[in-house]
Design a protein. Structure first.
Ligand code: ADP
Length: 269
């Protein structure tokens, strides 16, 4: 670690002396390094589809100009690449929004089962397309203090991941369970578990999954349309809601993403 040393000479009628102050720069340097890495990652993630787009535009202007088949195929690829850039920009904006509002506590009562229900409604086509079954038993009347859009985003990202990485014959279960006095929350809470029966995640990777752009398998994530930001967004939103995210997995059996949130109590109304 490194230090900056501040020195001040004190010369007043009451006292004389030197004040020496050591400032630990490690944390500040780490933050600066993280910012640099982030910018480098974003640039790289944007440049990959951009390079592809530029290449295809050039080909369409030149050699493939009159080749209808090639034109169709290249436009298809260009659309995929442009959609990838769009998703990345969308996720970056979400992340920056939740980060900049870090200190504002969301306090609307949000109906948890209703929120998860609408997430599942929207993801049903994607699940069906991949032959994936989702089981969810709603529990009526459970509310959490929060922001409905953000909580919807949390469960969208988790269920989307379970569908994307769950593999063939996947079966996802979502459960809600109330916690009377959760030890970590020190208040009445609620736990939502999103469980899949996919190939699971090596425990080695688990602590890093919520880092921005961290992926276990970059190629697979790209192929699935991932941006590498989904779980970073989840973690931020859950933190803003004074909640916890716990990830556990048994390789070969599946993974479980558990979100613990404080419950809305009558005194908050
Ligand atoms: P991505 O856009 O790549 O999906 P995320 O931040 O959502 O980014 O997830 C980070 C990584 O965590 C993924 O690339 C994947 O390797 C891993 N992952 C997330 N959810 C699951 C899951 N349900 N099963 C297995 N691996 C997962």
């Amino acid at each position: 670690s490194s230090f900056v040393v501040h020195v001040a000479y004190i010369d007043t009628p009451e006292s004389h002396g030197v004040l020496v102050c050591f400032e630990d720069m490690t944390e500040r340097e780490q933050a600066a390094q993280m910012r640099r890495d982030f910018v480098a990652n974003v640039s790289h993630e944007l440049r990959t589809p951009l390079t592809a787009l530029m290449g295809f535009i050039e080909t369409l202007q030149g050699p493939a100009r009159r080749d209808d088949k090639a034109i169709d195929r290249f436009l298809g690829i260009m659309q995929t690449e442009a959609a990838r850039m769009e998703r990345l920009v969308r996720d970056l904006l979400s992340l920056s929004r939740v980060e900049s509002e870090e200190r504002v506590r969301p306090r609307e009562p949000v109906d948890l089962s209703g929120t998860i229900g609408s997430v599942l409604y929207m993801l049903r086509p994607m699940a069906r397309e991949r032959g994936c079954e989702i089981a969810f038993d709603p529990v009526e009347g459970i509310e959490v203090p929060g922001n409905a859009d953000q909580l919807q985003q949390v469960f969208t990202n988790l269920v989307e991941n379970a569908i994307k990485y769950g593999g063939a014959g996947n079966h996802i279960t979502i459960t809600i369970e109330t916690l009377d006095k959760d030890v970590t929350l020190r208040a009445p809470g609620v736990a939502v578990r999103v469980r899949d029966r996919g190939p699971g995640i090596d425990p080695l990777h688990i602590p890093r999954l919520t880092e921005r752009f961290y992926r276990v398998d970059t190629h697979r994530s790209r192929e699935m349309g991932g941006t590498g930001l989904g779980l970073a967004i989840v973690k931020h939103i859950v933190n803003r809601h004074r909640g916890r995210l716990r990830i556990s997995s048994t390789p070969g059996e599946g993974s479980e993403f558990m979100v613990i949130l404080p419950r809305w109590t009558a005194s908050q109304g």
